[in-house]
Design a binder for this molecule. Structure first.
Ligand code: SF4
Ligand code: FES
Length: 813
């Protein structure tokens, strides 16, 4: 429809807001309360404009202006909030008249009445919307001489978020965020008028997505507690990259200052994370700045690990490798290595003549879907089945599912980006929970939002999907099959029908479904039987990419687990198998153990050579997310000593072995990748690329798989990576440490209190944990967060080994 903004005529889609019309015309209008992915509410009154529109007479004809003969414009009696005004045919919007300028000026003055104007000591200074708008639209003078409202300036809303109540301008973005985006209503306005403040009733912000409110608060009222007072905005180097914490590939901005990462913020990727990230991605970076980072290579001489240069370390490795048959050498890299590092690892394996190459953790089943669903398809699905705990596994999946419950398709991009005000979004919108079914062996958070929640028997994924397939195919179920469903037959029939009838049905396969081949086969047979699409969730940021590239063993017995037992020499990148004492005993017998890692892990302590590794924030490269989207990873300017990524390792080793190997640098690896994927990865756009034709995944072998049943411990996904938790103090405090969750009856039987710090041998590995007593875990089962060395699935905890280190004086809540 035709709209005129400040004399510029535009053609806009019906439903567009007047504020977006102004931006589409290339003009500006100030705003505070609007946010592109939340409901427009007209709270701040900053976006006022003069708006008029033509009218029709009773016969349906435009009322014409007598002088011009054109449709007459009838101006609204008051200035309008453009964020809540929808454009109509012939609407005229004026943001430049004296009346509008006076109103904008007045609103800035009004908003500043009680604002402390402590910009010189505010973390938001230099990136504050109120500061910018006051400068652009304010008068520069204050007429208020009375005392301002005083309030609490250091209120800890949680371990992660600090609130300065004086700075709040009551835009309600934070309150709306929790209700509208994750659906965790943990914050609200309290009191009225100028006494209004935001707060929680229970204390804390129990949500996996709490950090987003620090990004969207237009002023410095809500701040990331981990970076508070660490630097001014103009001092940070902002690096746009991809979150490496899970398989969704959220867009992030890494802010570094003087060689240190100070904070991570969410960046916009409309097709992936919109503008949200989970707290694991945001706050899980502090380990990078740990004082115990390895910064120089170490070589074992006379039984001691001693500092060496890279060429010395590489020469030492080359000399020792010369005495070994290539097939005896194993090479394993962590599954968040980039594609470029994968190429480097493959080139090294080829040079050494070994088929023992793998990435870990790697689930028993492929993470590449047969019938793939994108995150946008998930967000617009009309029937969803989730197996697992995706809120912990890859939080963005949780949020995109909640988009689907609202039933609003993401808006089309406009020239100025995502619309600022999507008028279809409303506060407290009804959510269609009936389209969502969540199944897991214990009660997971997403079940609160699901129309149907199913708790099936532990380790029973294969039987669960096989029984559902039998329902889909109209078979009579045996008693055993009925028990495997974890719900009654009527509910199962409804679920199957919903998925079959759905025009866009998606089944999300969390780690439990991929942990065993029989479970994944059964899941994929079910997906096919109901005609749905699938979204497998790989365990790490580049699980998909490394499988696609083929960083895989040539034979099943050469998998990571196999090579720990069978190889005579090992090169391990960012993996720590010696956490298991039985594996450590075998590693001691190796003829050569090379460990590439950031820290002196238990495996590094046994190594002949230790090579310092770059963290995921210090690498350039590419990852492929769970949709198959290629996304750019960019290195932040962080001081990491002589640390190198795998391409650097291969460069030095190549020099020592007398060969310029492919993958000796990111550039060289990209030449190989261009041939493989027909893509120039150096030019990859911020939002990433989904190849039109999918490359064929490499032929894959399977690693050893977890037992189906028979354990008392379930290794579960965790938003906060357990291997780094002790070096991530803020996140550790917020999530309450690595939780050993157990049922109250089991805790009583073991004589354990909530909060007890324990050590136990779980699946062979000694784990430190904090007991969390909860009814969400069935009796006879405990859960513990996954490690790279301990994939999700059932295992056995040795309760005889359980030692209570310390009992905190906290009573179970
Ligand atoms: S704390 Fe920030 S986001 Fe929340 S209402 Fe106040 S100004 Fe708005
Ligand atoms: S009233 Fe706040 S942006 Fe329109």
């Amino acid at each position: 429809m035709k709209v005129v903004v400040n004399d510029v005529e535009l053609e806009l889609a019906p439903g567009t807001s007047a504020i977006d019309a102004v931006f589409a015309a290339g003009d500006d209008v100030p705003y505070f309360c609007s946010q592109e992915y939340m409901s427009p509410i007209g709270a701040c009154r900053m976006c006022l404009a003069r708006v008029g529109s033509p009218r029709k007479d009773r016969d349906g004809n435009w009322i014409l202006d007598e002088e011009t003969g054109e449709p007459k414009i009838f101006w609204f009696p008051n200035l309008m909030a453009t964020c809540t005004t929808q454009v109509s045919e012939g609407m005229v919007i004026d943001t430049e008249s004296e009346a509008v300028k006076n109103a904008q000026n007045g609103m800035v003055e009004f908003t500043l009445i009680n604002h402390p104007l402590d910009c010189p000591v505010c973390d938001k200074g230099g990136a504050c919307e109120l500061q910018d708008r006051s400068y652009e639209y304010g008068d520069g003078l204050s007429r208020f001489e009375f005392d301002k409202r005083h309030s609490e300036k250091h209120h800890e809303l949680s371990e992660l978020i600090t609130l300065d109540r004086e700075r709040c301008i009551h835009c309600k973005r934070c309150v709306r965020f929790f209700e509208e985006v994750p659906g965790d209503e943990v914050l609200d306005f309290i009191e009225r008028s100028s006494h209004t403040f935001i707060g929680t009733m229970e204390g804390g912000l129990p949500s996996n997505f709490s950090g987003n409110i620090a990004d969207i608060c237009p002023v410095g009222a809500l701040l990331d507690a981990s970076s508070r007072f660490r630097g001014r905005n103009w001092e940070y180097d902002h690096t746009r990259s991809t979150g490496m914490d899970d398989a969704t590939g959220s867009a992030v901005i890494v802010d570094a200052r003087t060689g240190r990462i100070e904070r991570i913020k969410a960046a916009l990727n409309p097709d992936v994370n919109k503008t949200w990230i989970d707290d694991g991605t945001r706050f899980g970076h502090e380990y990078v700045d740990s004082p115990d980072r390895l910064t120089t290579p170490l070589v074992r001489r006379s039984g001691e690990l001693q500092p060496a240069t890279w060429p010395e370390a590489a020469a030492f490795i080359a000399e020792r490798l010369a005495g070994l048959g290539g097939k005896d050498v194993g090479l394993a890299i962590r599954a968040d290595s980039t594609l470029e590092e994968g190429v480097a690892a493959q080139a090294l394996a080829e040079k050494l003549g070994t088929g023992q190459i793998d990435h870990a953790p790697r689930p028993a089943a492929s993470v590449i879907a047969n019938r793939p669903a994108t995150l946008t398809e998930l967000a617009t699905a009309d029937a969803i089945l989730v197996l697992g705990d995706v809120t912990e596994e890859a939080g963005i999946i949780d949020l995109r599912i909640k988009d689907a419950l609202k039933g609003v398709t993401p808006p089309a991009m406009m020239a100025h980006g995502v619309p600022i005000a999507d008028l279809r979004l409303k506060e407290r919108m009804p959510r269609n929970a009936s389209i969502l079914t969540v199944a897991a062996p214990y009660r997971v958070d997403l079940m609160r939002h699901a129309g149907t929640a199913i708790t099936y028997p532990v380790g029973g994924e294969a039987a669960f999907f096989a029984a559902l397939t039998a329902v889909a195919e109209g078979e009579e179920l045996s008693a055993e099959q009925s028990a495997a469903l974890g719900t009654d037959i009527g509910t199962a029939k409804q679920l199957v029908k919903r998925l079959q009838d759905g025009k866009n049905a998606v089944v999300v396969l969390g780690g439990f479904a991929l942990a065993r081949r029989d479970a994944a086969d059964a899941a994929r047979a079910f997906v096919k039987a109901v005609g749905a699409k699938e979204m497998p969730v790989g365990p790490m940021a580049n699980s998909y990419g490394l499988e696609l590239l083929g960083v895989l063993p040539s034979h099943e017995r050469y998998s990571y687990e196999g090579m720990l037992e069978g190889a005579r020499a090992l090169v391990l990148s960012n993996l720590d198998p010696a956490k298991d004492p039985d594996v450590a005993a075998k590693l001691k017998d190796l003829e050569l153990l090379v460990v590439h890692d950031m820290f002196m892990t238990e495996t590094a302590l046994l190594a002949d050579v230790v090579l310092p590794a770059r963290s995921v924030y210090e690498r350039d490269g590419t990852v492929v997310n769970l949709e198959g989207r290629f996304l750019p990873v960019r290195a932040a300017p962080v001081e990491a000593g002589n640390a190198e990524d795998l391409t650097g390792v291969v460069r030095y080793l190549g020099e020592a072995l007398g060969e310029r190997m492919e993958g000796r640098s990111v550039r060289s690896a990209r030449r190989v990748l261009k041939k493989r994927f027909d893509m120039d990865l150096a030019e990859l756009a911020d939002y990433g690329t989904m190849p039109k034709a999918r490359s064929r995944a490499a032929q894959r072998t399977s690693p050893r798989e977890a037992p189906a049943t028979g354990g008392n411990l379930l290794i579960v996904p965790s938003m906060a990576r357990a291997e780094y938790l002790s070096r991530n103090p803020h996140l550790n405090a917020a999530v309450g440490g690595p939780k050993l969750r157990m049922n109250p009856a089991d805790a009583a039987q073991q004589g354990l209190m909530d909060g007890a710090e324990v050590r136990l041998r779980a699946g062979g590995i000694w784990r430190d944990a904090v007991v969390h007593v909860t009814n969400n875990v069935p009796s006879g089962l405990m859960t513990l967060p996954t490690l790279p060395e301990q994939a999700v699935g059932v295992t056995q905890a040795d309760l005889g080994s359980l030692v209570v280190n310390q009992v905190r004086l906290e009573v179970a809540s």
